[in-house]
Design a protein. Structure first.
Length: 86
């Protein structure tokens, strides 16, 4: 069973990034007032993007096209882990 299938069992309406290559950046689910929300490690997303473009291009693409996209109340959350900034 894929991660997407497992998450669909938690909530079939869970919003995920379109491309499955970003599934390895999923670090959990936040349960709050808007229901379960997918949570991603933003640095892992940038690392995945960096495989096909420069780091600067990957960071800019992430900032404008992923982090800055609002798709409703269950828009995924993007987290910077403390280990990556301390």
């Amino acid at each position: 069973m894929t991660l997407r299938e497992q998450l669909a069992e938690v909530n079939p309406d869970l919003l995920l990034l379109d491309e499955e290559k970003f599934d390895e950046a999923i670090i959990g689910i936040v349960f709050g007032n808007n229901g379960p929300i997918a949570t991603y490690d933003c640095n892992k997303i940038i690392d995945i993007l960096n495989q096909d473009m420069s780091y600067e291009e990957a960071a800019e693409y992430y900032s404008f096209n992923i982090e800055g996209a609002y798709v409703g109340e269950q828009t995924p959350i993007y987290v910077t882990l403390l280990k990556d900034i301390l």
